[in-house]
Design a protein around this ligand. Structure first.
Ligand code: ARG
Length: 469
């Protein structure tokens, strides 16, 4: 191949021969770090302005490089950018192209910069934007949960412990339970964004530089809150990638729990909800099937999200300061987790928005007489019976009911310590009314929870707008 299509490596001066094919193929990260190009362009713009601001290049040279960066960005955006074989990564490719266009001025772009501080800067810019986008996806799901919750606060279903029917709960309450977990995910993502908001640009390869650069200037140019404090740390810190992967893994675990419930709810056995045709799949062989693939995948994706976190932590463990090529392995897990959790969020949001609940099935399951047992015990407590004794009395009644087949209501009505008033608690739909304490599952307090949740959403939405501005 001619030199034009193969290009020169960034380090060709020191080397007598060119790189082996096997090295290039193993070493290159272009296939996956290409997506950093907008951030690489942004970082280079800031850097070249910084060089001019301290007099390391002239204003004319700065403008020539900025113009070349504009052309490069246009080509990359349009998909007309011609990569060559020596473009090991996006940083190499952009610098090569800028130098082709701007000539000697372009050759000054990398003054007082290393790919080590460059890639650290790019990835922080990327993560800052993308984590906010993930949080926006979480908010969209929370919107659907609260809308569906508020749409009908009369629907109730069994609340479970150990997947055994325990006490009736409002569907709104159940949906919001997931909503609150997701609110913590948003909070975590935003906290990670706050912490990663530090510019590593100016750290050089590892030790800073003898040239009079101004990292505060470039940090401000890029909208970072502040520049790094320690150059060795700046080029080798990937804590924020690990944090992001954890945030996403835990978010994925929350989605997997929602997914699992919908798999159950849409089964014939439960029958609590029906999926819209657009959000369910059929079977290639079994004509009657309607499957909850989205819910299953939301459950299954958690596996890779956890795997990506573990992969990165394993890469980081034991790495000596400062940059090591191992760190190139930070990107694919991060890109993968962001991509897949975003897909899961969008699909799950659509699935829940379009599904139909089946209140009769939910109520029938929730009104099974034994779910009123705690209410009977609490009735006795109100009548002055110590709870432990009340528990034993109702427990014996339930045993009697299960053994004899006589309805619990009848047994309660005829019991010397209970009677007709207590027995009324066993009637369908009565149980869920009883849950009235703060944050409880009943209708008396659901409006307050809906209001609190909506207020929380509004606050979080504000934080996101502020962050992406
Ligand atoms: N592609 C590299 C990465 O992602 C860029 C930094 C390369 N630095 C170096 N000293 N070889 O980490």
């Amino acid at each position: 191949m001619s030199d034009e299509t193969t290009g020169k490596t960034l380090w060709h001066g020191r080397f007598a021969s060119g790189p082996a094919d096997a090295l290039m193929r193993f070493n290159a990260s272009l296939s996956f770090d290409q997506r950093l190009w907008p951030d690489d362009i942004a970082g280079s713009r800031a850097h070249v302005r910084g060089l001019a601001a301290v007099g390391l290049i002239t204003d004319a040279e700065r403008d020539a490089v900025l113009a070349a960066l504009d052309v490069t960005a246009m080509e990359l955006a349009a998909g007309t950018f011609q990569f060559v074989q020596s473009d090991e990564d996006i940083h190499t490719a952009v610098e090569r192209r800028v130098t082709e266009i701007a000539g000697p001025a372009g050759a000054k772009l990398h003054t007082a910069r290393s790919r080590n501080d460059q890639v650290a800067t790019d990835l922080r810019l990327w993560a800052r934007r993308e984590l906010v986008a993930v949080a926006e996806g979480v908010l969209a799901l929370q919107d659907v949960l609260v809308d569906r919750a508020a749409a009908d606060t009369s629907i109730y279903l069994p609340g479970y412990t150990h997947l055994q029917r325990a006490q009736p709960v409002l569907l709104a309450h159940h949906l919001l339970a997931h909503g609150w977990a997701l609110a913590r995910d948003v909070d975590r993502l935003l906290a990670t964004v706050e912490r990663l908001d530090v510019s590593p640009l100016g750290a050089g390869a590892l030790a800073g530089t003898s040239l009079p650069i101004d990292p505060e200037f470039t940090a401000a140019q890029l909208g970072f809150s502040r520049p790094f404090d320690n150059s060795l740390d700046a080029v080798s810190d990937r804590d924020y990638v690990a944090e992001a992967l954890f945030d996403i893994a835990l978010l994925g675990i929350h989605l997997s729990r929602i997914g699992e419930e919908w798999v159950l709810w849409t089964s014939e056995e439960f029958g609590f909800a029906k999926l819209d045709d657009g959000y369910s799949t059929g079977s290639s062989m079994l004509p009657q099937k309607k499957n909850a693939d989205i819910a299953e995948l939301a459950r299954g994706k958690a596996g890779r999200l956890i795997g990506n976190l573990v992969a990165l932590l394993t890469v980081l463990k034991g790495l000596p300061l400062a940059y090591n090529k191992d760190l190139q392995e930070d990107k694919e897990p991060l890109f993968d987790s962001v991509e897949h959790v975003s897909l899961a969020l969008t699909a799950l949001t659509g699935m829940i928005a379009t599904a139909t609940f089946v209140p009769e099935r939910m109520a029938a399951a929730a009104d099974s007489e034994t779910t009123a047992a705690t209410d009977l015990a609490e009735w006795l407590v109100r009548a002055g019976t110590p709870f432990r004794e009340a528990h034993a009395i109702v427990g014996a009644l339930v045993r009697d009911h299960l053994a004899s087949g006589t309805s619990l209501r009848e047994l309660a009505a005829g019991h010397e310590r209970l009677g007709p008033d207590a027995a009324a608690l066993v009637r369908p739909g009565v149980g869920v009314q009883q849950r009235s304490s703060r944050g409880a599952a009943g209708p008396a307090v659901i409006e307050r929870q809906l209001t609190d949740f909506r207020n929380r959403l509004a606050v979080d939405r504000d934080r996101l707008v502020h962050r992406s501005a």
